[in-house]
Structure formats: structure tokens, C-alpha cells
Write a protein that binds this ligand. Structure first.
Ligand code: GCB
Length: 609
């Protein structure tokens, strides 16, 4: 059985310290969920704002037997209870709560969600409630029974509700808590809004008793006529048959499940059209075992490094890219829809990108699916951001869990070439040990992709300018070195880039994973005036030649595609709670720097290959 670790309940809700009666179990995470028949539970959910966790605790801080998860209306004496979901306002799911109601804009705490649904049980099925993501901790009850819990705001989870859902009327109650905590992943400080709630799709999924819950199918690096990997069939008896086929290639293979519920797959193929940004070819791939079958759409390619090169399908490639937050264009808030994705990736394409860095956490699966379709290479990251408690094993367990969930959900996407284990972490022994463990785990979970992280750079003054040194020991554990640098914004003037040299201590490919400057769209002035579009454009003009002087540079992801909300950015009139380093404003206005970078990407005057 491949089970994802579920943290014990005591580790979860900081405000819900002990939910003693909760019966939770290890949960299977279903892959390729968007190709399974599902009943959507999206839409209006009744919600109760609960800053004091009254829905769970009594006045002596003991667990209530009749907490909000009971979804009751009347007390034992027939009098109305002091809560009532049906009378409470609704919030849309998917969606963060902060941007749905003015009074919730700054809210961090517990929110109770409730939804009624109908269900008719089918024989020999397992039933799950799938959550695309809920930020940050969630407890789920169905028909008053605790069914699962989850920590981590950007990865999916499935609650097994088999036998708990019944014929006819049912209800689900979810308590979502986005209280930041020192031992969270991410931790207390982030340069993005802590959007709380059921931020992605929720659905009810029936699968047969034996079901395909996980698989990995990838092109062999050594043999481009061979697709290999495994299919995992949960609950299967050894010897159970698995079939994988790609009808367009007239390719089919049969395999049998071993004692670990896993069947090893080797599928020979002829005249495979390799996936790449120029040719984002996807094949329909059928997977079947017993009465379960899935039809995924997959691309096949290889990614590896050779010296300081990144090789896509054996050929050197330069990643022309931009970093993207999961911030919704125009309306702001957490991005979730097909339209959000089309807008963000449409802009990246328009800018001439063949690559995006999805910062700083796994985005909605629509984003990686769309990248597959559009031919955009992806850097995908877990929120090991800034100053985690690197000496805390419980925190490491959380990082591992999120990494596992990210890889499991997205390993079928050809677009993803880089798994990032961290961003701008402090160079300490505890950190290096922690993140080396994470890098090794990444390789163990997925040996077919490259491991990276965005490192901090040291600066040394020289007679003529400055020297940037990349020698963070974490680099040893990485396949590709990411570095962030803000010459012209957090240090020096834009022209500082002209006299900056680079001293990179690793003979590995380097991606400038961030660089940039802020400007408010429509704010104009001389190029020497900060916050103007002219100033931001000037930073890019000086960056491009400097970047070209780094011999092992293999990619760039400018910071950032679009302005995004951040509580750290308070300057009135200029920031107003937005990080303004977007090349495009949150209202879709392209700033001058957008066109500077666009030109460099389209003319290929930034980067080689
Ligand atoms: C960084 C961080 C990113 C911030 C950005 C900034 O280095 O990685 O999350 O948003 O700088 O704008 O300061």
C-alpha cells in the first residue's frame, strides 16, 4: 500500500489542539482526478466565522460533543442552538474567503463550511471527497463523523467517506483554519496573502473497490522508444492485470500487480512525437485494471543535465520565463479557474516565454494541465520558504508530505521539469541538512526530473563594482542552481548590474529564478525615479546584458508576471497591499518592462540555445 503520511491530529489545528474523538486514517491521494467522473460539490457553502473555535470547544476548553460538525439546529430541550448553518451566509467554493466579503479581508482563523448533498450508493465502490486544496489546516466531517484531516494549503487530499455517505440526504462540514504558525510550512512570514478557505474544487468521487490511485509513466532517458514506470492499484490482489495503451501509437502492454499493489510498466512505442515547447504533443493514454479505467492526456519527453547544460529530449534548451503567483487576474484573490489560468499563461506566452516558475507553492492543477497543452516548461515548488523551523522534525514531516502530494498529483505532466524544494532559505547547518533530505527525497520519489531551489547570493565589493558569489552548500544537493537577485531594487542602482560579476561555485546549470523591480502601472517619470514604469524598465535593460555574461545561465524567471497581494507591502498610493513587481498590473495593464523583456525573449537576445 502506498499511503501518504497523515499527521496526527494533535499536530494539526493549532487552535484545535485535541480532537480526541476524530477517527482519521491514512488517506489515499487519487491521481488524475480531473479525468474521473465526479459530482461537483462546488458552489455555495454555508459558513460560520469562528475566531474563538467555539464550534469545537466549550467554556473550559473541552471538546464539545455537540460541536458545529453536528450541524444541529435544536438543543436537547428543543430550544434553538447558538449556531445554525442554514441561517448563516454562504461563501463560494472554490474561492478564498478574504476577497469574497469585506469583513473577511484580513481574517485569519477558523471558518466552518457546510454543504448538503444527495448521494445514491453504488455497490462495490469506494467513495471519496476530493479537496483540490484548502488553506491551511482542515478537518472534515460527513454526517457528523470525522473523516479526515489535512495540513498544507496548496496540495490536494481525498477523504474516504465509504460507508459514511448514505442514500439520500447527506452533509459535509469542514473547519478550515488559516492561522499562521511558527511550525507551519510555510511559516509566519510570507510575501503573499494568506488567503484562507476551500480555495480549489471539491468533489465527490466514486471508484471501484480496486482502483488505480497512482501511476508514473515516463519516457526512458536511455531509450526514446520506451515508456516505463508503474501503475499502483489500491486494494488489488497480486496477479491482477493492468493494461496501459496509447491507441494513437497502436501501443499496448499488459502487466500484473505484485504484492505491493504495483505493476511495473514497459510500453515499447514507435515514432513517438516528443513533447516540447515547440511541439506540445499530448497522447491519450488508457490505464485499466479490473473495472477501473482512466484516460489521461500525456506528453513524453526527457529532461536531464549534462555539465552546465539542461537537455530537453537530449538537446540543450534555454528557459525563457517568468515567475507566477496563483493570484487571480482582474478580480484578485486565489486563482482557481480555467479563465485565470488562460489569462496568466496567455500573458506568459505573449511575452515569449517557454517556461514559468510557479511560485512559491503548487498551483491549481489546471495550471499544470494548461502548461502541458501550451508547451510551457514548469518549475513547481513547495512552500519551504524563508525561515522554516529547520531543526524541527515535525516541520520536516510537513514538508515531506507536501512534496509527496505535489509530485504525486503532477508527475503525469510533461511540462514539469523542475521540482523546487525551497526559496531563499538561510545558510545554516540545520537548513542544509533539512533541504538535502528534501532534495534526496525528491529524487527518490521522481528520478525523472531535476531538483532545484532558489538560493541566496553573497555580495562582495570590488574595485569596479561588485561580485556575486553563489556558494551556498545546498547547491551540492541540487541538479540545477536557482538564484535570486535584486540589483537595482534592494541594492544599488539599475546600472549596478553593468559592473557586477558572477562567481558560481558549481559546475551546474544556473537559472536566475528571480530578478526585477517594482512599479505602479500608469505611474510615469524619469528612469531615475523609483516606482515608475520607466525605472522598472531600466532595471530590466541593465539586467539583460549582465545575465548574458553568466556563462552557465540556462534560464531566467523574472519576478513577477503580475502584481499580487501581500500584507508586507503597505506603502499607500504605490503598493496598497500589493507587491508591485509585476510586469503586468493586477488589472491587466502591461508595464513598460513587459515589452523590454518580451523583446529580449522574442529576439532571443537574452539567453542562448
Ligand atoms: C524574493 C522572494 C519573493 C518576493 C520577492 C520580492 O526574493 O523570493 O517571494 O516576493 O523577493 O518582491 O521581494
Amino acid at each position: 500500500k502506498i499511503l501518504l503520511p497523515t499527521l496526527s491530529i494533535a499536530l494539526l489545528f493549532s487552535s484545535f489542539a485535541v480532537v480526541a474523538h476524530a477517527q482519521t486514517s491514512d488517506t489515499t491521494l487519487l491521481v488524475d482526478i480531473d479525468h474521473r467522473a465526479a459530482t461537483s460539490l462546488d458552489g455555495d457553502w454555508h459558513t460560520i466565522v469562528d475566531p474563538y473555535s467555539t464550534g469545537l470547544y466549550n467554556f473550559h476548553h473541552e471538546i464539545k460533543a455537540d460541536g458545529y460538525f453536528m450541524n444541529g439546529t435544536k438543543a436537547y430541550n428543543g430550544e434553538p442552538l447558538e449556531y445554525n448553518f442554514a441561517l448563516s451566509p454562504t461563501l463560494k467554493v472554490p474561492g478564498d474567503w478574504n476577497t469574497q466579503r469585506r469583513d473577511l479581508f484580513y481574517y485569519e482563523g477558523v471558518m466552518w463550511y457546510e454543504k448538503d448533498f444527495k448521494y445514491s450508493p453504488k455497490p462495490n465502490t469506494h467513495t471519496f471527497i476530493h479537496f483540490g486544496a484548502a488553506n491551511y489546516r482542515s478537518h472534515v466531517w460527513v454526517n457528523t463523523k470525522a473523516v479526515c484531516e489535512h495540513e498544507g494549503g496548496f496540495t490536494p487530499f481525498d477523504c474516504d467517506v465509504t460507508g459514511v455517505v448514505k442514500d439520500g440526504d447527506n452533509f459535509v462540514v469542514v473547519a478550515v483554519d488559516n492561522t499562521r504558525s511558527a511550525d507551519g510550512v510555510p511559516t509566519l512570514q510570507t510575501d503573499w496573502w494568506n488567503y484562507g478557505g476551500l480555495t480549489r474544487d471539491v468533489s465527490l468521487v466514486d471508484v471501484p473497490q480496486q482502483f488505480i490511485d497512482d501511476y508514473d509513466l515516463h519516457l526512458s532517458r536511455a531509450n526514446h522508444d520506451l515508456i516505463e514506470g508503474y501503475v499502483h492499484v489500491e486494494g488489488a490482489n497480486p496477479g491482477t492485470d493492468v493494461t496501459v495503451s496509447i491507441p494513437e501509437l497502436h501501443a499496448t502492454t499488459h502487466a500484473t500487480v505484485g504484492t505491493d499493489d504495483r505493476a511495473d510498466i514497459k510500453l515499447p512505442v514507435k515514432s513517438l512525437s516528443l513533447w516540447s515547447p515547440d511541439n506540445p504533443k499530448l497522447y491519450k493514454v488508457n490505464l485499466a485494471s479490473g473495472s477501473d479505467h482512466l484516460e489521461d492526456e500525456m506528453g513524453f519527453r526527457t529532461i536531464e543535465t549534462r555539465g552546465t547544460e539542461i537537455l530537453l529530449n537530449g538537446k540543450p534548451i534555454f528557459l525563457r520565463g517568468v515567475s507566477v503567483h496563483a493570484e487571480a487576474p482582474y478580480r484578485t484573490g486565489r486563482a482557481y479557474s480555467e479563465k485565470d489560468v488562460d489569462t496568466l499563461l496567455g500573458w506568459a506566452k505573449e511575452m515569449g516565454c517557454n517556461y514559468v516558475r510557479l511560485a512559491h507553492y503548487p498551483h491549481d492543477q489546471r495550471m499544470t494541465r494548461a502548461s502541458d497543452r501550451l508547451g510551457i516548461l514548469v518549475w513547481s515548488e513547495i512552500p519551504d520558504y524563508w525561515a522554516l523551523q529547520f531543526d524541527n522534525p515535525a516541520v520536516l514531516a510537513k514538508s515531506k508530505q507536501q512534496l509527496g502530494e505535489m509530485i504525486r498529483r503532477d508527475r503525469d505532466k510533461a511540462s514539469i521539469i523542475l521540482w523546487s524544494v525551497a526559496n531563499e532559505t538561510p545558510d545554516t547547518e540545520a537548513r542544509t541538512k533539512y533541504l538535502t533530505t528534501m532534495a534526496n527525497l525528491t529524487r527518490q520519489l521522481d528520478p525523472t526530473r531535476l531538483v532545484t531551489a532558489a538560493l541566496l547570493v553573497k555580495t562582495q565589493k570590488t574595485a569596479t563594482g561588485s561580485n556575486k558569489i553563489v556558494d551556498d552548500p545546498l547547491g551540492q544537493a541540487l541538479d540545477v542552481i536557482g538564484t535570486n537577485e535584486y540589483i537595482g531594487w534592494y541594492e544599488q542602482k539599475p546600472a549596478g548590474a553593468d559592473t557586477t560579476t558572477w562567481d558560481i561555485h558549481y559546475q551546474k546549470p544556473v537559472i536566475m529564478s528571480e530578478f526585477g523591480a517594482a512599479a505602479r502601472a500608469g505611474h510615469h517619470g524619469p528612469a531615475t525615479e523609483r516606482w515608475t514604469e520607466e525605472y522598472q524598465a531600466d532595471v530590466y535593460k541593465h539586467q539583460i546584458p549582465m545575465l548574458n555574461r553568466i556563462p552557465q545561465l540556462r534560464g531566467t524567471s523574472a519576478w513577477v508576471l503580475m502584481d499580487f497581494r501581500s500584507p508586507m507591502r503597505t506603502l499607500p498610493g504605490l503598493q496598497d497591499n500589493f507587491n508591485r513587481k509585476g510586469l503586468i498590473s493586477d488589472q491587466g495593464e502591461k508595464k513598460q518592462a513587459f515589452f523590454v523583456l518580451q523583446k529580449a525573449y522574442k529576439d532571443k537576445t537574452l539567453g542562448k540555445a
